[in-house]
Ligand binder design. Structure first.
Ligand SMILES: [Zn+2]
Length: 350
């Protein structure tokens, strides 16, 4: 079964003015999920500082705490802090930790942490790699989760990041760590924030070969995206044989999301959920963690599909499968070729 983790404290991370990353995103999802009847919604773990300090620099966490005390502050052009942010951000981390506890204990097969603020753009000290901003993120929820799972004795974790943006923070944190495989599909960094996530970023030192970036050209649609999943993403994850999978679940790769230019329908999300449902049994569990996604309808429909599929129910998607135009399709095929060439020293992919 899949359980949901949520806390109303997430609504208290409030933008000082109109902002696409706002409380309605998660309240819409919870409203939809609540209609589903037999779904379990649990509270997050509340005491997370030990794990927070193992993932982020102490100075960064203190900087955030100070910002919350000041009231409404913009950390950069994208990312705000409000008086309720520090509690919300800690409980966002706590939801991932609770989800990991639930799947490791065998109580749940899968967990869905319906959280905000999102996390995957934050590295050790906030802004990660060369990014201009923190992209709405405060603490890296998924990364703290991976650190927590490692300390609980899990030695192989795959992080699958399907947010439309590259998870530069997550990449930075685990770049030298062979225990955490980071696989990200995202829009070409030359065309979108954060400007990282190129194919040749493969990890370093002992972590070399455990970082996989699949940058996709704008207008990539369902057919081509699924080709990249089948040609590189699933084969690499299968070969890695993770004990736990964490998913950075962004719904902003959907065609109706206005923040980016990929053209996925919910059919691709459904395919990903089905595939992960079938992996359960080979892994101890799958923990889905909400990252981006700014179209309320897509967020609520996508979340319902996730829960239905992970609960073993048949679903129907009321959207047509999107087709990639020939020029873009040719570019995607060349991306797949390049990923295979760069990653083939590390993985049996052809
Ligand atoms: Zn995103």
């Amino acid at each position: 079964m899949i359980g949901v983790i949520y806390d109303e404290a997430y609504l208290e991370h409030r933008p000082p003015r109109n902002h696409i990353e706002n409380p309605i995103r998660v309240s819409t999802i919870i409203k939809e999920i609540s209609k589903m009847g037999d779904i379990t919604i649990e509270k997050p773990l509340s005491n997370v500082d030990e794990w927070l300090f193992k993932t982020h620099d102490r100075s960064y966490v203190l900087q955030i705490d100070n910002a919350c005390n000041e009231g409404y502050v913009f950390l950069d052009a994208d990312t705000y802090v409000s008086p309720g942010t520090c509690r919300a951000a800690r409980l966002a981390v706590g939801a991932v930790l609770r989800g990991i506890d639930k799947v490791l204990s065998g109580e749940w097969d899968a967990a869905y942490a319906v959280v905000r603020p999102p996390g995957h753009h934050v590295g050790h000290t906030g802004r990660a790699l060369m990014a201009p901003t923190q992209g709405f993120c405060i603490f890296n929820n998924v990364a703290v989760g991976a650190v927590y799972a490692l300390e609980r004795g899990i030695s192989k974790i795959a992080i699958l990041d399907i947010d439309v943006h590259h998870g530069n923070g997550t990449q930075e944190i685990f770049y030298g760590d062979p225990r955490v495989l980071y696989v990200s599909l995202h829009q070409d960094p030359l065309t979108i924030y954060p400007g990282t996530g190129f194919i040749d970023e493969v990890g370093e030192g002992e972590g070399e070969g455990f970082n996989v970036n699949v940058p996709l050209p704008p207008f990539t649609a369902d057919d081509a995206y699924q080709e990249t999943l089948n040609n590189v993403v699933w084969p690499i994850i299968d070969e890695f044989k993770p004990q736990l999978i964490l998913v950075s679940l962004g719904f902003d790769a959907h065609e109706l999301d206005s923040i980016a230019n990929l053209r996925l329908s919910l059919n691709t999300y459904t395919e990903i959920f089905r595939r992960l449902k079938n992996i359960i049994g080979k892994v101890k569990g799958v923990v889905f963690v909400l990252e981006g996604g700014y179209n309320y309808d897509v967020l609520s429909k996508g979340s319902r599909l996730l829960i239905d599929i992970m609960s073993g129910r048949e679903v129907e998607v009321d959207e047509p499968i999107t087709q990639t135009d020939p020029r873009t399709l040719a570019r995607v095929k060349s991306v797949i070729k390049d990923v295979v060439r760069i990653q083939s020293p590390y993985w049996h992919i052809t």
